[in-house]
Design a binder for this molecule. Structure first.
Ligand code: ADP
Length: 484
């Protein structure tokens, strides 16, 4: 490992500008999912550490808020520049702890730079309103104020960019943050924190709590009244727990939860583009994203042709250790994930799905590698229809009419991302009207960037991240009426 990578793999966490061990002295190991090797031991923190970080964040926020928007913006820009200067190092650390290919890791770090830079600019555009007076001579206005201390709980599938997408708007708005990265992937968060410190983000404004389980830390983040906002990305199941835990202190919430994305391919679609789109969004991050195509709904007339082409295209992908240049796709995050995907596939086959290819894990590459899999003839009656697969398994369904496709696509409690491939203009408008999703890609499957209001409806979440709206999640309206 090169020297810079070693330097940025931290074995302590940043609280109030100091690199600390857990108060209990406990540590836990972080593993490389491609090899199973231990990378480092990090602090295994609990309630007392979390409370300390929250209290320090509260003190720091008061001073951070006194800086002008321009001063905050300049510091955030410096952070973005430092992340860019260390892109290779951050991407390597990301691949080491998460497994994705180095190319995907570089893409993720680049998106972090874009988020930080975007919100550095947005910091300068937090304006209020002057209202028409409700009584003669009054002066009435609305200003926007930072919500205060923010808790950010982030997942392991994008350990770098999920930090940037939450922390940058929070800091731009004038909030301070306590981050709880996923237990499997704390190293990207710690490396980003080190660069934030170098960029001049003051002590206590950005704090990280590492822990081998989210439970105890999560409880403190939710119950502590100093925390005024929770921004969470993860499973719907945990999102519901956190939302219940936040009820007692009535915190502002942003929840980016699970998805069950339909990927619809109509008879009139450009078949090659649809196959490319399916490969890009189904197998991205080895199928471990909340916007991955979870149900490939393909119309009768091109159904078999689509499957043949999908299989051909899969033949060009290569599973392997993400650090090897020829690997396009990496392992799943841990053994639990492998077992879950394996049982989803077996259950679908037992219920009548046809295994076109894959369907097993590949211990010859590494314990946590699952083969690219296609399941055909999947039906809405099978359990997999309702399950977020989170692995490299394409489940392909057949439909006859547009009405049926829309009905199937919407028959889920989730509502994050949806995709459709069709050349019919009328249908495109009907889909954009009728699809019950926060985001819809037509003839494209990769549209997420810092300019996009990312988020879902139904049980996929509350709130939006990114775009001009992202900063509002960390602001509150404050109305003032000055009587004449
Ligand atoms: P995933 O399915 O992506 O693993 P999780 O919802 O389990 O999603 O995890 C996302 C984040 O939520 C991680 O940082 C994890 O540690 C945290 N987490 C899991 N359970 C809890 C909990 N009970 N309280 C707080 N955070 C939790």
């Amino acid at each position: 490992m090169n020297k810079e990578v070693t330097e940025f793999i931290k074995d302590k966490t940043l609280i109030n500008g100091q690199w600390l061990e857990a108060i209990s002295g406990k540590k836990y190991p972080v593993f490389n999912p491609a090899t199973g090797e231990q990378i480092v031991l990090v602090p295994d923190m609990g309630q007392a550490d979390t409370r300390l970080a929250i209290e320090k964040a509260e003190q720091a926020q008061k001073l951070w808020l006194k800086q002008t928007a321009k001063q905050r913006s300049i510091i955030l820009k410096r952070w973005a520049q430092l992340v860019e200067a260390h892109l290779e190092t951050l991407a390597t650390i990301l691949t080491l702890e998460q497994g994705k290919s180095l190319a995907e890791a570089k893409g993720e770090v680049t998106s972090s730079i874009n988020y930080i830079d975007w919100f550095a600019n947005e910091a300068m555009r937090v304006n209020g309103d002057v209202l028409p007076p409700s009584a003669a001579g009054n002066f009435e206005f609305v200003k926007k104020r930072a919500v205060g201390v923010v808790a950010a709980i982030t997942p392991w599938n994008f350990p770098n960019s999920m930090i940037a997408r939450k922390v940058a708007p929070a800091l731009a708005a004038g909030c301070s943050v306590v981050i709880k990265p996923a237990e499997d992937t704390p190293l990207s968060a710690l490396a980003l924190a080190a660069l934030a410190e170098q960029a001049g983000i003051p002590a206590g404004v950005l704090n990280v709590i590492t822990a081998s389980s989210g439970h105890e830390v999560g409880q403190e983040l939710c119950a502590n009244p100093i925390v005024r906002k929770l921004s969470f990305t993860g499973s719907t199941e945990v999102g519901k727990i956190l939302s219940r835990q936040c009820a007692d202190t009535v915190k502002k919430l942003s929840l980016e939860l699970g998805g069950n994305a339909p990927f619809m391919v109509f008879d009139d679609a450009d078949l090659d583009a649809a196959v490319q789109g399916a490969i890009a969004i189904k197998f991205y991050n080895s199928g471990q994203t909340c916007i991955c195509a979870n149900r490939l709904l393909v119309q009768d007339g091109i159904y078999e042709a689509f499957i043949v082409k999908l299989q051909e295209a899969l033949g060009k992908l290569r599973l392997g250790n993400g650090l090897q240049p020829d690997s396009t796709h990496g392992p799943l995050i841990n053994e639990k994930a492998i077992q879950k995907v394996d049982s989803i596939v077996n259950q679908a086959i037992e219920q009548g799905a046809r295994l076109v290819q894959g369907g097993s894990y590949l211990p010859e590459i590494g314990k946590q590698f699952f083969n690219f899999t296609i399941l055909a003839d999947v039906t809405p009656e099978m359990d997999v229809f309702k399950t977020e697969i989170f692995g490299p398994v394409a489940a392909v369904y057949r439909f006859k009419s547009e009405e049926e496709a829309i009905r199937l696509a919407n028959s889920t409690n989730y509502g994050l991302a949806a995709y459709a491939y069709t050349e019919d203009k009328g249908r495109i408008f009907r889909l954009s009207d009728q699809m019950e999703y926060g985001m819809l890609g037509i003839n494209t499957a990769r549209f997420v960037s810092e300019t996009v209001p990312f988020g879902g409806v139904k049980e996929s979440g509350i709130g939006r991240e990114g775009s001009v709206h992202g900063i509002d999640e960390f602001l509150e309206m404050h109305y003032v009426c000055i009587k004449n």
